[in-house]
Unconditional design. Sequence first.
Length: 432
Amino acid sequence: MSVVIKIENLSKQYRLGLVGTGTLSHDLRRWWHLVRGKEDPYLRIGEVNDRSTKGTSDYIWALKDINIEVNRGEVLGIIGKNGAGKSTLLKILSKITAPTTGSITYNGRIGSLLEAGTGFHSELTGRENVFLNGAILGMRKREIYNKFDEIVDFSGCERYIDTPVKRYSSGMIVRLGFAVAAFLEPEILVVDEVLAVGDAEFQKKAIGKMQKVSRTEGRTVLFVSHNMTSIQALCTKAIYLKDGTIGGLISVKEAVDLYFNANWQNIGHFKKEKLKTNLPAEIIEARLLNENGDTSDSFFIYEKILIEITWMNRQGVNVNPNFMLLNRQGITVMVAVDTPIDWYGDKKNKKGTYISRATIPGNLLNANDYSIHISLDSGSPRICYESNLDVFRFKIIDSMDEKNMARGNFSSVVEDAVLWPALEWNYTFLEA
């Protein structure tokens, strides 16, 4: 396969602070070093771009030493938390901004959709903007004309095509912008998280179109998204950006695992350092226990998982401890509520400290990463006394050991499935 994009030692440095504060002196110093054939003095002092910490330098590296080769027909997913450098990389690839160091070699025309209205003139109509964008991409007027009906039909904006774009909603702008970028046949299609603005129907159409242009038409797609379901459905390779750096091209599964596990602390024990004494009811402590009663953050498919919640009732109110189990995509798998026996009677829970326990049976959850949210509420009408997100993050591990095989468990082959239950099966032989 031929290489369409080759990125070598790419870095991008920015100066923090207000524009015009000392920049002239810095520019003069840079120029003086340049005329003497010396290295830019500020390239040595930049810091890694970690937006959550206070640095000691006004210069940061939004990207640092990026090396990538992307082949024709590949769909490259670019993922990472906010501020990791994803949009900066796409802007450099789209030639909106220049790299500080390094180089990019292209083999084909680029079509970009980085934000709603990219390349659109607000005073022009949708029709005029289609022809304007096509011209920017290097298309002849006849080529644009031949694709025009398909573009409008895909965008779903036919009724407004002769209306100025400034009167479009953000979703309509994204629809038309994506249609132009996809149907005017650039060899390289660059799409940022902007598709999230569109509705569910359009997102499905857009992903289907990107799959078609890559698989059947041999074009290359670079796709940035925080929707890991879309990344897994669409991409053939991925990179995980962290503070402007990457470890290279890896499989989509590896990149998604890095994304989900970046801020996870896999512990099976949660305990508050300080109680909030103003709450009517409050969670004090929670634990995940395995079949041996030990605190754990990983379990085999066949193992039971005991969730133990210690909580306090300060005011004698009705309290329902409950938890939500979510998979690593953030989709709720199940909700479980502990309703006190006397909830429907006249009695209220007594003031005091309680322990509620719930058991997730073995042979139920598929091998994957999960998180648990724990809450205390009053039932109906629901009053939430306290809610703690991501109290636990744990793993269900597939196993092919003798114990697992003896229980009728086998290696999970459908990784995306949430459940992997051991059901009762029987068969009836009819005839030979």
